[in-house]
Design a protein around this ligand. Structure first.
Ligand SMILES: C[S@@+](CC[C@H](N)C(=O)[O-])C[C@H]1O[C@@H](n2cnc3c(N)ncnc32)[C@H](O)[C@@H]1O
Length: 374
């Protein structure tokens, strides 16, 4: 750091150096966060202490810059000179003040780091079995409302053709159960470090409400259905929600040949006929790559998954072409992630903290500003 500043150019140069040195510490801290249970807590503490010091030092720098500017103005010979000095300092003052606003977020970031240090030796199960009677009752009421919405959105009856083909009509899996499975699948993707592309498919999407809901977790979500009138409703729903990265399309789950394009495949027993559903399960598993996440919340798949070469990770979440031993290993890794389901960040302006935020979010941790007060 400069001991004294003489003019706005000095201040600008100093700000660049200050920012770069802070950025290096933030990047180092972010790298530790990506190590999860293997992070070095002492190194993290030391980096936090250095950032603490930098943030404090910045207040002193701002004060000193202000003093330099006031002194320069006081020494000006004319009012025109004063205006020139103010103009010259204007841009740099705005920059330094804006950076102050960024630095003010450090307390929030430090909390985010500390949470990860505290949690790094703990495991959070993919399915939480503890639920109070009150919470259960509220969830059940919310599920009922979702069932109403589901019925309002899709009033079309199953066609004769679809019924004869052996499929079920559009019967919804309860909303809360869907979220439990998707949350587990999401954490599993985090554990696999697979956050750049997260493509979800609902096989037998009906009116599309599950496809829309999946967008809260995954960047891309599609749905296919045998019945064209359901597909039309699902597509209209996605369009009205502005879900441009999503599609509902017509396909038969038995002959569809694009399963390999997806990372998470959800199928809630679309087909009634026993032989056909087994055929569909085989189609899916054959086409996908090793480790593809399958969410199959029905008893039949639970009984058949091992014969199909899938490992059960937890609950109704499975991994294709994966041994049970491997699936257990992935479950343990997924339990080491945090539980935050990150909001899309694309529209946000990057700040000095962006590397730290990104690393934390990729581990399932986020700043607390999204938590609604009760
Ligand atoms: C039990 S509902 C599931 C609805 C939704 N996925 C959910 O979880 O709430 C089954 C859906 O699968 C569709 N379906 C049945 N047979 C199918 C097939 N062979 N190919 C594609 N979709 C099929 C039905 O039209 C129906 O919309």
């Amino acid at each position: 750091m400069l001991d004294t500043v003489k003019n706005p150019q000095d201040v600008n140069a100093e700000l660049q150096r200050f920012r770069e040195s802070l950025r290096q510490n933030v990047v180092a801290l972010a790298a530790e966060m990506t190590l999860r249970n293997k992070m070095n807590a002492r190194k993290v503490e030391a980096l936090c202490a250095q950032i603490d010091m930098s943030v404090r030092e910045y207040s002193t720098i701002l004060l000193r810059n202000n003093t330099a500017r006031v002194a320069e103005e006081a020494a000006a010979a004319t009012q025109a000179d004063v205006l020139d000095i103010r103009r010259a300092w204007g841009v740099v003052s705005a920059r330094t003040n804006l950076f102050r606003v960024e630095l003010n977020q450090w307390n929030m970031m430090r909390d985010l780091v500390r949470t990860q240090v505290t949690q790094s030796r703990k495991r959070v199960p993919l399915y939480d079995s503890r639920q109070s009677e009150t919470t259960r009752s509220q969830i059940s009421a919310s599920d009922d409302v979702f069932d109403w919405v589901h019925a309002i959105l899709n009033t079309v009856k199953q066609t004769e053709e679809a019924r004869e083909q052996g499929g079920f009509p559009d019967i919804a899996l309860p909303n809360s159960k869907f979220h439990r499975h998707l949350h587990a699948a999401y954490r599993l993707l985090l554990a696999k470090g697979q956050t750049a592309r997260m493509r979800f498919l609902d096989v037998g999407c009906g009116g599309g409400l599950k496809v829309l809901s999946a967008l809260r977790y995954f960047k891309e979500a599609d749905g296919l259905d045998f019945q064209q009138s359901y597909v039309d409703i699902a597509q209209a729903l996605l369009e009205s929600a502005g879900a441009t990265a999503s599609n509902a399309f017509h396909a038969d789950a038995l002959t569809f040949d694009g399963y390999g394009d997806y990372d998470v495949i959800y199928f809630y027993r679309p087909i009634r006929d026993q032989e056909k559903i087994i055929e569909m399960e085989r189609q899916i598993v054959d086409q996908v790559s090793e480790g593809t996440i399958l969410v199959a919340p029905y008893v039949g798949f639970g009984a058949r998954h091992a014969d199909l070469g899938c490992g059960r990770v937890a609950g109704h979440v499975y991994m294709a072409k994966t041994s049970q031993k491997e699936a257990d290993r992935w479950r343990r890794m997924a339990e080491q992630t945090g539980v935050a389901v990150v909001h899309s960040e694309e529209e946000r302006v990057p700040t000095i903290w962006t590397p730290l935020l990104e690393a934390s979010r990729q581990s399932g941790y986020d700043v607390k500003r999204y938590v609604q007060p009760v």
